[in-house]
Write a protein that binds this ligand. Structure first.
Ligand code: HEC
Length: 145
């Protein structure tokens, strides 16, 4: 690659990441879409709708724990407007919001831990606790569809 081409691709890469960073609403919604893709199949296994596969379930649980660290950074001030279901309370009740995140992350960490053991008797309640943490936060901070 010659210098001109190199420079051009560097500029393109920079402007792409800038365009991304400019839309925190899409970024957090993308993480929540990943939540759905991860949590859904786990629920199917817990409920016996699909066969329980210990390795697959543990992988999903580890991924869920990982992405439970991500959406919150994109709830930047002023992003309660437009195509979002985020309630203004996220910004007016920051302590309550933080509490929901902390409880949720503790639940996903616990689920990842028990998922690694493959013990369904422990997985079921841990899974339920994560689901409860999703619902609890949505009830307070996400507009109903
Ligand atoms: C601490 C609060 C909180 C927790 C915990 C939480 N969510 Fe959400 N979720 C939100 C908010 C706020 C939105 C709306 C985001 C927006 O539209 O800007 C949302 C949106 C979503 C969406 C819609 C994404 C889209 O397509 O726009 C899905 C799906 C979702 N959450 C799934 C989950 C699942 C599954 C869990 C648990 C494993 C979970 N969420 C946990 C706050 C939370």
């Amino acid at each position: 690659m010659n210098a001109g081409k190199l420079l051009l691709s560097a500029v393109l890469a920079a402007s792409c990441s800038l365009a991304f960073a400019a839309d925190p609403v899409t970024q957090r919604q993308d993480v929540f879409k990943d939540y759905k893709k991860t949590f859904g199949p786990m629920g199917d296994m817990v409920k016996g709708k699909t066969a329980y596969n210990q390795a697959e379930f543990a992988k999903l649980a580890a991924h869920l724990e990982e992405i439970s660290k991500q959406p919150w950074q994109y709830f930047t001030p002023g992003t309660d407007k437009g195509k979002t279901e985020a309630k203004a309370e996220i910004w007016s009740k920051p302590a309550e919001w933080k509490k929901q995140i902390t409880a949720h992350q503790a639940a996903t960490a616990e689920l990842a831990k028990v998922a690694a053991t493959g013990d369904m008797a422990a997985i079921k309640p841990a899974f339920g606790k994560v689901g409860q943490s999703c619902k609890s936060c949505h009830d307070s901070f996400r507009k109903a569809d």
